[in-house]
Design a protein around this ligand. Sequence first.
Ligand code: 5AD
Ligand code: SF4
Length: 454
Amino acid sequence: MQSGKRYHIVTFGCQMNESDTEVLDGILESLGYEPAVTKEEADLLVLVTCAVRKKAEDKVAAFLGRLRRWKEEKRGRILAVGGCMSQQEEMASYIKKNFRHVDIIFGTDSLYRFPQLMEETMESRKTVVDIDIQEGVKREGQPVNRKSSFHAWVPIIYGCNNFCSYCIVPYVRGREKSRTFEDVVEEVKALGNKGYREVTLLGQNVDAYGKDLPDNVNLASLMEELNRVEGIQRLRFLTSHPRDFNENIIKAVSGLSKVCEHVHLPLQAGSNRILKKMNRGYTRQHYLGLIDLIRNYVEGVAITTDIIVGYPGETKEEFEETMELVERIRFDAAYTFVYSPRQGTPAAREKDNIPKEVKKERIQKLIERQKEIGLEINRQLEGQLVEVLVEGISRENSSMLTGRTRTNKLAHFPGSPGLEGEAAHIRIKEAKTWHLQGELEYTKGQKLKAGVLE
Ligand code: 5AD
Ligand code: SF4
């Protein structure tokens, strides 16, 4: 037990890393460490890193460089680097060699062995490296310290079997491993009992849930069961894959009252040749068919996506095919990325023959057009009454509250604190590209005046 010692965790990357951080947080508290708000107050600093693009890794490397001072400032401080970046063998060696002030280098799986790694480094005073991947899901029985008291990330499947040609994830997170149906249901029931209102089911590919389990279960049947859990008001799932996404899941979104009307369906590219080179396993026609199906079943649904531009060999015409789909589909939002070669992936062996300026031009064009489309879609909500789950006080303005619609749009509105975690109805006054502005009308079915319960 560590009494009086304090820890701080800095997390990079996706929601799976956020979720891993909550587990690590729980582990550290169970070791007797107390949370520190800033790294300056901490004796133990842990970075949970991302490897999906080079930019993410560069950010961590720059940060590690700056942490030399942090380490020297106080004797006995421990610095640990975990997550997807350090899971790669060559990266683990790079960190060990270039950042000698790092004490622990651990991977996505060895997170669960963190207490032993701490012990080892404290005893040996040497850098400990553990990036082994072991079969099976280790989350069960681990303490989890959730950041929010009303929204919870619940991983349902780890890893990915898809091996998209550009992606590092299957190499760092291993093969698909579903948690059992019972474990997930039990966790969500416990969350409902504790007052949690919203659950996001997580996985690199949630649509593959259950494929590796002996029972005949899948994402749709899981959501059907979770829809019955008392206390939970909203269910979300992230991320889908167009190869596995199907009518059953769409029916769950349309038919189950708690499943929110939002689908995140990464397109990646609009050209069939590029999709094939990416090993995505679907065509633009198949993708368009899914979009039609979603929109036929689910009224008012929001569809968001991920798009990569500048994949090796992408021609001007092929990029225009992506633009054409963006135009035709009209996504609510798109996360857009310039292709980034990842060592060890098949795409990294191809010649990255597109000049930087061309990539920049393409992404700029895509971002600009998508911004216009997103704003046009959001404007249709002006004047409408929408339900938001209140997340808290707005970061920019303390007299404003922030919430999310069922379609996952951020909304700001004037109101007093104390509504956090409550469902409220707001009238949309003005739509912006990235958020909505509104006024509170009721919460818990009661009329409100200027954000105060009458
Ligand atoms: N380069 C650029 N973007 C990438 N993504 C994954 N790997 C790469 C890469 N090598 C994007 C994909 C994915 C999102 C999480 O990150 O669009 O859906
Ligand atoms: Fe990467 Fe493709 Fe798996 Fe997504 S589906 S994590 S892009 S390999």
